[in-house]
Design a protein around this ligand. Sequence first.
Ligand code: COA
Length: 197
Amino acid sequence: MPNLFGKRIRLRAAEREDLPTFMPWLNDPEVTENLLIFTPMSLYEEERWYEKMMSGPIAEHVLVIESKNPDTPTGYQPIGTCSFMSFQQRHLSAEIGIMIGEKSYWDQGYGTETMQLLIDYGFGTLNLHRIWLQVYAKNKRGIRTYEKAGFQYEGKFRDGHYQHGRYYDVHLMSVLRDEWKEHFPTETSLSFIEKEK
Ligand SMILES: CC(C)(COP(=O)(O)OP(=O)(O)OC[C@H]1O[C@@H](n2cnc3c(N)ncnc32)[C@H](O)[C@@H]1OP(=O)(O)O)[C@@H](O)C(=O)NCCC(=O)NCCS
């Protein structure tokens, strides 16, 4: 797919050369506190993950979240990753995931903007009917971000996650195609590019 452009970010395909950039994020306990990762991650494991991911469905390939930064050669700086997962063709449903690894970018709206871009792409291009996610009940920042992006709470897996010697509920949140139409009178990638000119 072509890059997706938002007001302050773009989403582009991940390259093998990006893997070393991801490593400090994946080994930072604050970043991984609310992710599935629970063991120290080696570059070799990351490379194996990349190979497997690239051999999977193209719409599930991981995307790099980049923030505009005029001081870099490309004009953009990687700050995290995101992707669709678990595509179900018959139900037109997909799960979505995000990690902003550069902690200095937290709480500035980048997560919300990323989710909105993915939602727009998921409904407007991939023709999905339902986009959903799982978030640990303790991840208040994540839950707030998803609410802002238009996701609704729809239930939970009670005690679905074990960490720190105890169980946590796992919340399910989703946005349906009709809600996207109401929630997002969004601009397209092309309109953002036009504004730059
Ligand atoms: C979760 C994550 C995607 C959010 O992205 P972000 O760019 O930090 O989010 P945003 O700035 O768009 O929104 C964050 C919101 O949470 C709020 N928030 C932060 N900490 C909070 C807390 N402890 N309780 C309640 N709200 C909180 C912020 O104030 C902001 O809301 P506001 O705009 O109404 O003030 C990002 O922080 C991240 O990737 N974290 C590490 C990995 C992770 O947890 N991934 C998600 C797994 S489900």
